[in-house]
Design a protein around this ligand. Structure first.
Ligand SMILES: Nc1ncnc2c1ncn2[C@@H]1O[C@H](COP(=O)(O)OP(=O)(O)O)[C@@H](O)[C@H]1O
Ligand SMILES: [Mg+2]
Length: 446
């Protein structure tokens, strides 16, 4: 089987790495890929924002199956395009991708199907949003979300009314997110702990994959601005078998049944962003693809052929049993460039990647890397994800940081506390990781 992976980040590196090791895979292609991916796949220049180009490439190369990493091509209808030409592809159609590309759609959909989520109001005009804020129906803090894709910058947690109003004006009047912000969703603030849950769906049934937790803020202890993700670990100790059952029964199955019933059956990876509240798991958001950095820690745990699962998903023949995973926690630390998540410096020489990758039980996935005169250099904000695994979270953390300590580039920044929540979360007691004395946790730094 010849497989094409669309994308160029560490998530796509993890996909390509896994596929390249499998028996039934004759060749992995990646468009456009990156220097790390080039070690396991043949990279082809193409713009993921141009689905027709990717179709042309798949036809020319006689690709048997295509899997899409990022959301943009999905929301642009790459799956519709491939399907119309009879080309097998794994991912949701443009209509099904609305679960991510329109938060208003996702919220209304959940309300229609009784899926637990924060109380909300969709506002089509700034006037309506400002009136709703004045009405105070959801109290404070109030969550203000731009409707469309906003590269992780479209959500404001407003502690006071003035901040909420400002968020509405920025999105709906000043046009900060373009068309994505011309509608907003106001939401009640949920308290609890966040985790994510992944399934692979084939339009009707789904295969439960794994849980994970990511670290969105740039600095340790979840401080500073939001990023695309500074690290992740899997599985999440918060997703006990009992919670997992609720997530499947109350969220995943009703969502897949509802999507099918509304004529937009869901196929592909589904990322369920969860808040584990006192009342049970509630949906924060859906992503219509694998998470990044979650894919980098979940895929290496998968103990069966991904190519086979993807093939079954593409043809609607996926078994509904859970996928098999190695019983070994994985922890991934993102190495980011100076300036990230704002303007970043690029072109800095990177050293030590091979030494890091040679550390036992470690893996290195590339994201923002490039080559200049044969030398590996930085080319983006999130440069690498270094993954460690081990019999315990502590072991996996130690491996990841030991491997990361070999990598150097000017301005490199990383969080030192990736995975710490898993150690706390597995403590006896109420399972809470909030307000715990973190000085008890040792051995987290290289
Ligand atoms: N209703 C809510 N209550 C509490 N926190 C929320 C709520 N909605 C979102 N958040 C916080 O904001 C973050 C971003 O929101 P999300 O809906 O995931 O948007 P996106 O990932 O598209 O930026 C979440 O990870 C969560 O920490
Ligand atoms: Mg999110």
């Amino acid at each position: 089987m010849k497989i094409l992976v669309v994308g160029s980040g560490a998530r796509e590196h993890a996909l390509a790495w896994k596929l390249a090791r499998e028996r039934d895979v004759s060749e992995v292609l990646c468009a456009p890929g990156n220097p790390g991916i080039a070690e396991v796949a043949r990279c082809l220049a193409a713009d993921p924002a141009r689905p027709p180009d990717l179709l042309g490439l798949a036809v020319r190369e006689q690709v048997d199956l295509t899997v899409v990493g990022p959301e943009l091509p999905l929301s642009l209808g790459i799956v519709d395009l491939f399907s119309a030409r009879g080309r097998p592809i794994v991912g949701p159609t443009k209509e099904a991708a609305a679960l991510e590309s329109s938060k208003a759609f996702a919220k209304d959909f959940m309300a229609r199907h009784g899926v637990p989520s924060a109380r909300f109001r969709v506002c089509d005009t700034a006037e309506a949003a400002l009136d709703a804020i004045a009405g105070g129906e959801f109290g404070l803090p109030l969550v203000v979300k731009a409707d469309g894709l906003a590269a992780g910058k479209g959500v404001v947690i407003a502690e006071d009314r003035a901040t909420a109003e400002q968020a509405v004006r920025a999105s709906m009047i000043e046009g900060r997110f373009g068309a994505s912000g011309s509608r907003v969703v106001l939401e009640e603030f949920l308290t609890g702990q966040e985790a994510s849950y992944f399934v692979l769906a084939d339009g009707v049934s789904c295969m439960p994959l794994s849980s994970a937790q990511d670290h969105k803020r740039i600095f340790d202890d979840d401080r500073g601005p939001n990023t695309g993700g500074m690290g992740a670990f899997a599985p999440s100790p918060l997703l006990t078998p009992e919670v997992e059952r609720r997530v499947l029964d109350e969220i995943v199955h009703p969502v897949l049944e509802g999507m099918a019933a509304e004529g937009r059956p869901y196929r592909g990876f589904l990322y369920v962003g969860l808040m584990l509240t006192a009342e049970g798991p509630k949906v924060i958001e859906f992503n219509v693809r694998f998470g990044d950095p979650e894919a980098q820690v979940v895929l290496p745990m998968l103990d069966e052929e991904l190519s086979w699962l993807l093939g079954e998903a593409a043809t609607g023949a996926l078994p509904s049993r859970p996928a098999r995973f190695r019983n070994e926690p994985h922890v991934g630390v993102v190495l980011a460039a100076r300036g990230y998540p704002d303007a970043v410096e690029t072109g800095k020489p990177i050293s030590g990647v091979d030494t890091a990758a040679a550390v036992e039980d470690a893996l290195v996935f590339h994201a923002g890397t490039g080559r200049r005169d044969g030398q590996l250099v930085t080319s983006g904000g999130r440069v690498l994800t270094v993954v460690g695994r081990g019999p315990t979270y502590r072991d996996a953390i130690d491996v990841a940081y030991r491997a990361a300590s070999h990598v150097h580039f000017d301005g490199m920044q990383l969080r030192r506390d990736i995975g710490r929540k898993a150690l706390l979360g597995s403590d006896p007691g109420d399972g809470s990781t909030q307000g715990v004395d973190t000085s008890r946790i040792r051995g987290l730094t290289p």
